[in-house]
Design a protein around this ligand. Structure first.
Ligand SMILES: O=C(O)CCC(=O)C(=O)O
Ligand SMILES: [Fe+2]
Length: 202
């Protein structure tokens, strides 16, 4: 399906590596041309996950959905996720990302940041199901939000980038071993944003 009209796929070549060392985070600005934000909001079976902190239930500061083409269960931030099958829209996005990465994915985690109070805390995507040096393709739609990296050991090594509607970010190599990433809360009153991370598990 030529949904995204990505004739320029190779214009950006390898993409620019945002990380100075210990990993690769390749950015492809405005990779996806089609504005699918509203469709994704509508079509996705959003869930409000909760986590237990010191015995107290706390809602995640975002909504989530988990897609996969196996019925493999994936544990993320202590939450057991049973995937729903890929929609045709998600399949089309996945295929474009796969083409650019030269890599295959079988799952997608969707995060819906409704406003500036929604966020994602510092973490690495280093679950064992992902293997040792996972390739993760992150695609953003809707409002722009800041996305930050910080090195686990070298505390002064930090990278900040604004992810826009249609941006593709590929994390690969040793990135998850050495770097944490986050989407901080902001008082700037951004509109809603959806991020999709494609992963290969199992
Ligand atoms: O929303 C983003 O840009 C990042 C999402 C993320 O880090 C994740 O799903 O693991
Ligand atoms: Fe992540």
């Amino acid at each position: 399906m030529d949904l995204f009209n990505n004739d320029e796929v190779n214009l950006f070549g390898q993409g620019k590596n945002l990380l100075p060392f210990d990993g690769e985070a390749l950015i492809y600005p405005y990779f996806f041309k089609e504005d699918v934000f509203a469709r994704l909001v509508e079509e996705t079976p959003w869930k409000q996950d909760k986590m237990k902190i010191y015995g107290r239930e706390v809602e995640f500061p975002r909504l989530t959905a988990w897609y996969g083409d196996s019925d493999e269960v994936y544990i993320y931030s202590g939450v057991v996720n049973v995937p729903v099958p890929f929609s045709s829209l998600l399949n089309a996005i996945k295929q474009s990302a796969e083409q650019q990465c030269g890599y295959r994915f079988n799952t997608a985690l969707l995060n819906y940041y409704r406003d500036g109070n929604d966020s994602m805390g510092w973490h690495s995507d280093d679950e064992s199901e992902l293997g040792s040096n996972p390739v993760i393709a992150s695609v953003s739609f809707g409002a722009s939000r800041v996305f930050r990296f910080k090195h686990k050991i070298q505390k002064d090594a930090k990278v900040s980038v604004e992810l826009h509607n249609g941006d593709l970010l590929i994390m690969r190599g040793a990135t998850q071993h050495h770097w944490l990433h986050q989407v901080p809360k902001t008082a700037k009153k951004p509109g809603p944003r959806i991020n999709i991370t494609f992963r290969l598990i199992g």
